[in-house]
Write a protein that binds this ligand. Sequence first.
Ligand code: GLA
Ligand code: ZN
Length: 669
Amino acid sequence: MNDKIPYGGDYNPEQWPQEVWDDDHRLFTRAGIDTLTVGVFSWSLTQPAEDTYDFTVLDRVVDRAAAEGRRICLATGTAALPPWLAKKYPEVNRTDFEGRRHRYGQRHNFCPSSPAYRRLATAMAGRLAERYADHPALLAWHVNNEYGGACYCDLCAHAFRGWLRERHGTLDALNDAWWTTFWSHRYTDWAEIEPPSALTEHWRGPDHTAFQGVTLDYQRFMTDALLGCFTAEKEAIRVHDPDTPVTTNLMGLYRPLDYHRWAPHLDFASWDSYPPLDAPPTRAALGHDLMRGLKDGAPFWLMEQTPSTTACRDVNPLRRPGELRLATWQAIAHGADATLYFQMRASRGACEKYHGAVIGHAGRDDTRVFREVAAVGAELADFGAVSLGARTPARTALLFDWDSWWALEISDGPSRLVRYPDVVHAYYRAAREAGADVDVVPVTTDLTRYDVVLAPVLHLIGDDLADRLETLARRGGTVLATFLTARCDVHDRAFLTDVPGPLAPLLGIRVDEWDARPRDVVQPVDLGGFRTTARLVFEIVQPRGAEPVGTYGADFYAGTPAVTRHTVGAGEAWYVATALDQPGVDHVVRRVLARHDLIGPYADHAAVETATRVAPDGTRLLFLLNHAPETAPLTAHATATDLLTGKHVDQGAPLVLDPLGVAVLRLSG
Ligand code: GLA
Ligand code: ZN
């Protein structure tokens, strides 16, 4: 296995003449680059016509990497179609939400139900595996690239109907699940079912649907259809290569695909992190923790990040000096066992020519960005293998659920202003800034290992979750749920009981009414003396065993509970009935964590992030990340060695983090 954290990124030497390759490798060595992701967009080169395969350039790329002592992450290259393919088989081009059949152009645009695409993509994956399976440089397979989007063509409609038969069995069951008697939609033949689009159930776009049931099922179907493309390529690889791990680069909090359905099929998770540079650092961290949660806490790869700037937004700010290093260590702190860039050398033309790269158009090694990349490379070389395979010993779980995300954001009412990732992030951020390690996990996860379970806006809930949460509370754990949780079953049908449905007994409350207001309507909330504010949705809670922890301060529900706590066995179940502003969320979450002694030793330093990993040999690492541009004067909470400087620090001694500084403490004992 690896003796250090693989370091490198997407490399497209096929765009360049041989002399440039020489420069590239010279600079890679200087920057400590040992891993190259190759072939991501080379289909038109490796298969210039249907019956012609040509691997001469790829052979040279791979052999050269090996000769230079570098490993490769080999892509199947099936994300960008060659023009001949789209021309010859127009079915591979997607039909969009408006019903327009596209013609050749762009990338990430193949119809997942197209037999021609499936046949040719898997043939390519198979040929590559046959050719390179035994190559000594091969480290991993990278199938396709950033699967995403959706297609609404007739092939997809047909496949959707087949998928629905599998899921629902009978039309009666489907009619019941989608509640089709509403607006006279009872289907009497599977062929009558249309993909939900601008031509059918939707108006104003993908979030406005007359039937949530069909739209939800289409999201699940599209997730599975694209997953089918991935698994077909993986199978084609496995025919020739039984061992090398296979992944595809995911996109973190990416709404269209339920990555929890993908997770079992990935040998390891990998993802591309492009947080808006003005977002709080917990945004990127949430992506890392969600990706780590895909494989039950196993390490993942940071497959792409930019060394400096992106090129895809209206405005593309630079990473400031030191920010790249900090982001890299943040990924490692959260479980990354490889950190790679997009891209190694800037493309000369087309839409990403201004995208940040390790090597710019001038090919220099004396730029600030190159120097920072090389400094990180040297640091990773020194750091070695100590964190590889290490896991996060989190005692706090945050339940993340794509079904709930979709259902919440396609719902007409109570509010279109509630965005799932924002609420999830608010709770995640509160826990992280308090110093708790957090596993971001699917609702099916075994919860017995956690003390605290956070369930923000978990809009849909399935059969046994209420029981599992209650078991956790009874044995002393704490469950926290929020407004708009447990409203509907997995088909988005309201529960025919008091709100919040199956969680009402656990939470000890009943909700009959809710008030949704524009963003500028602010409701004062008093959390037992801590005064804060809330907005968007105000549920009116009647305690049924729970005690109020906070109350609304205005309107006709002034004085009624905004936050409640219910004692359940040895534990507690909290309910937050409104979208508290961040200080309120922080206050509530810290009270919950404090009960379990989960507030970290540096929680008073707002800009200092901490994250723990425990290596397979038991070595305990505490990552300290100073996100502020000022020094952070800390006091060491334990005796430790900083693996980045080699310095020993005694418990109680000063521990100063530089501006944007990092320490990786190996804790003694
Ligand atoms: C994605 C893709 C890359 C590149 C970058 C640009 O992550 O996978 O091919 O387009 O975005 O940021
Ligand atoms: Zn299609």
